[in-house]
Design a protein around this ligand. Structure first.
Ligand code: GLC
Length: 543
């Protein structure tokens, strides 16, 4: 057991995560694809950001029709990314630096290239046939929505070899596993033990709402699904305490709550609905969407935590907003049709914010000061851009921009898995790690600074949240409080200067430091304290 595991049991509650796509990060063998050997060389960089845990996207053998979310073997590494030994070396190197590693476990479906499916379609009498969900007519479960709306016409596809339809919630190359078959449970437990035995620190469990199907329902969040997930948690608690189980369930807060169970299901759930509301509040110059969704967010069991994010490897999902809000978000943030995908927006953080440093700082400061464990998506810490002309979600998965050199310093190969982004503003010639290391005003140093400030403030990691009642919709103000420590977060969501007065009489005689403008230390003598908030200002006032 590595030293890292001796640390605090609830480590994930106060951590910062970094989402890393191995294929995109660093090419160690010059074949144009990122790999574990390459990523090892970059771990010092990851550590230098001030993050605690790396989440890596699926690294399994796969035809990569859904970038690895189409698994062809649960117990191996994709040959483009290296070998099991390379993976282990990556894990050890991360642990040596005090970084944890969680990986993706794709539970709902496999690739159609998985030997289970190949056998299942060929041989109706094989035990593998019953690993998948079949139909003679393809008419069952009509209440289930289609998720990949832009490409899939139905959740059923006809398989010629089997002479039947098979069920799939995502691409037709991703047949759903049949959780009514206990053998499938055993296979999943086997895969889970395999990686935990190797020493990973936990899993992000992919697409968990869809494990079971039942007629007359929307086939999401079913009681049977929760019962299975509780068995996974039990396995972790009994055999691998200290490892973390994370749910990817794109659902409303009240439907997310059951994924924590009574502290006996997931340790963490992504808080999907808050994400679009941060963008909404910013463009509407109005805090109401944030206040409303937090009011709708129920308390969670002790030992549980939300995972929060601004962007990830998928489209910026607009599933958890109303149809009117979705149209508004598209109009504001995705004016060109190519920017839209399914029910979302395929753009990266910096372009969404028009490369405006004030808004970038505000959004990141919000992310790092609201409750939850924040995740940073690789490349967003240097303001990387997207390439909307690439298919699917590839435009947000281009090579990490290390330098202005060949292929962004990502690879010496003639051709890379996707071209490096060479946009005049967001491309590698301009936005890259090497250049930003030299520039104290860069996104990179701002990221490091914010993470360091958060680390110094336990109240930001696990403090209580108390909103201040400020009668100005553009100004969002809240306390984070832990014991004696308190921090007042203040944000101006508008492009106009705002002035507010705060009654801080309780703090008379105490010094107040603004962590985000390093300059000011005020001794509080007079009140109300009048604060002038410049357009898009962010302040972390600490007493
Ligand atoms: C999750 C992943 C997404 C993938 C899908 C199907 O939503 O985040 O990238 O396509 O599951 O596995």
């Amino acid at each position: 057991m590595s030293n890292i595991r001796v640390m605090a049991e609830n480590w994930y509650q106060n951590a910062v995560f970094y989402e890393l796509y191995i294929r995109a990060f660093a090419d160690g063998n010059g074949d144009g694809h990122g790999d574990f050997r390459g990523a090892i060389e970059k771990l010092d960089y990851v550590k230098s950001l001030g993050v605690d845990c790396i989440w890596i996207l699926p690294m399994y053998p796969s035809p990569l029709k859904d970038d690895g979310y189409d698994v062809a073997d649960y117990n191996d590494i994709h040959p483009d990314y290296g070998t099991l030994a390379d993976f282990k070396a990556f894990l050890d190197a991360a642990h040596e630096r005090g970084l944890r590693v969680v990986t993706d476990m794709v539970m709902n479906h496999t690739s159609d290239q998985h030997p289970w499916f190949q056998e299942a379609r060929r041989e109706p009498n094989s035990p593998y046939h019953n690993y998948y969900v079949w139909s003679e007519t393809g008419e069952e479960y009509a209440g289930a929505r289609i998720i990949f709306l832009d490409t899939e016409a139905s959740n059923w596809s006809y398989d010629e070899a089997a002479g039947k339809y098979f069920w799939h919630r995502f691409y037709s190359s991703q047949p759903d596993l049949n959780y009514d078959n206990p053998a499938v449970h055993q296979e999943m437990f086997k895969a889970i033990r395999f990686w935990l035995d190797m020493g990973i620190d936990g899993f992000r469990a992919d697409a968990v709402p869809y494990l079971y199907e039942r007629e007359g329902t929307n086939c999401e969040n079913l009681p049977e699904t929760h019962a299975f997930l509780k068995k996974v948690r039990q396995l972790i608690d009994e055999e691998y305490p200290g490892r973390v189980l994370i749910a990817e369930a794109n659902q409303w807060p009240e439907d997310l709550l059951p994924y924590f169970g009574e502290g006996d299901e997931f340790h963490m759930c992504f808080h999907f609905p808050i994400m679009p509301r941060l963008y909404m509040a910013l463009k509407q110059h109005d805090k109401t969407p944030i206040l409303n969704i937090l009011a709708r967010t129920p308390p969670i069991p002790a030992g549980a935590q939300w995972l929060t994010f601004l962007r990830n490897h998928d489209e910026l999902t607009l599933e958890m907003v109303t149809p009117e809000e979705r149209q508004w978000m598209w109009a504001q943030y995705a004016p060109e049709p190519r920017m839209r995908l399914n029910l979302g927006i395929r753009r990266r953080l910096a372009p969404l914010l028009d490369n405006d440093k004030r808004r970038w700082l505000l959004m990141n400061a919000l992310l790092l000061s609201l409750p939850g464990t924040p995740i940073i998506y690789y490349g967003d810490e240097i303001g990387m851009g997207d390439n909307i002309w690439l298919p699917d979600r590839h435009g947000c998965r281009t090579p990490m921009q290390w330098s202005a050199g060949q292929n962004a310093g990502f690879s010496p190969a003639g051709e890379t898995y996707l071209p490096a982004n060479d946009d005049p503003i967001y491309g590698y010639q301009v936005a890259n790690v090497a250049a930003q290391e030299q520039d104290p005003n860069s996104y990179l140093w701002a990221t490091r600074y914010l993470l360091q400030a958060r680390r110094q403030c336990p109240e930001l990691q696990h403090g209580r949240l108390e909103f201040l009642d400020i009668d100005n919709p553009a100004v969002l103000a809240y306390w984070r409080v832990s014991g004696e420590q308190r921090l007042l977060a203040l944000y101006n969501l508008s492009e106009q200067q705002q002035s507010i007065s705060l009654d801080l009489s309780t703090y008379q005689g105490r010094a107040m430091t603004d962590l985000l403008t390093s300059s000011s230390q005020e001794l509080l003598t007079n009140w109300p304290v009048v604060k002038i908030l410049t357009p898009y200002a962010s302040h972390w006032l600490r007493f």
